[in-house]
Design a protein around this ligand. Structure first.
Ligand code: G3P
Length: 217
């Protein structure tokens, strides 16, 4: 399973790009608003930081305007993936974009039926929102599992991009449930490194090594 960063902060993205662990970026209108910067400028900078799929979302609600917005966003960089909402117009825009060989990420997915429609429209990625679904008392991980089963049986080429991830456990479970990608906020990426036994083990190694008085360099 690939790891993307869910952020529109060039500071955060640049720090994670250096690790080589993150191979793509997802943004959304809320994240871009939070950056407080002009959208075209931020997206251009993000594309220079990571050479992989960079999702940029349309903001119109009708498919005709979505297509015009998509054209502007794609002019920024070839790695831009057009993100459309899982609405009738969004899926119509998806169908027309994919026919022009433009990659599409269908976002705000909360049911397997919605995911099936996105795959029928030819989506490159489907983004089920795990955390927001969990908040309603329905399991986000079960949704990923259901989508994976449907996509496998129907031989769809759409990749499952688990979004709205709230914990390291979400990441492990999403990978086991069949997600191809998980997009994570920087704080969850950071949490993936940590285990108390790693910290404890390192303390012991450092103390033992100090006693030898040696240096590798
Ligand atoms: O990028 C969309 C998604 O990851 C949003 O997550 O935490 O706002 O539910 P969240």
């Amino acid at each position: 399973m690939d790891l993307f960063i869910d952020s529109a902060s060039t500071h955060e993205i640049s720090a994670w790009a250096e690790t080589g662990l993150v191979t793509g970026v997802t943004t959304n209108p809320s994240l871009l608003a939070k950056s407080g910067r002009p959208v075209h400028e931020v997206l251009k900078e993000i594309c220079a930081l990571i050479d992989g799929p960079i999702s940029a979302e349309v903001t119109a609600s009708d498919w005709g305007t979505m297509l015009r917005e998509a054209e502007v966003l794609r002019a920024i960089h070839d790695n831009i993936v057009i993100k459309v909402p899982l609405t009738k117009d969004g899926l119509k825009a998806c169908y027309h974009l994919v026919r022009r060989e433009i990659p599409v990420n269908v976002t705000l997915c909360f049911s397997a039926a919605q995911a099936l429609m996105a795959a029928q429209a030819g989506a490159t990625f489907i983004s089920p929102f795990l955390g927001r679904l969990d908040d309603t008392g329905v399991s986000g991980i079960n949704l990923v599992r259901d989508i994976a089963e449907i996509y496998q049986k129907g031989e769809y080429g759409t990749a499952i991009l688990a979004a709205s991830i709230r914990s390291a456990a979400h990441v492990e479970e999403a990978a086991k449930a069949g997600a191809h990608v998980a997009t994570l906020p920087a704080k969850i990426l950071e949490a993936l490194y940590h285990h108390p036994l790693t910290d404890k083990g390192l303390e012991i190694f450092e103390a033992d090594w100090k006693q030898t008085g040696q240096s590798i360099l």
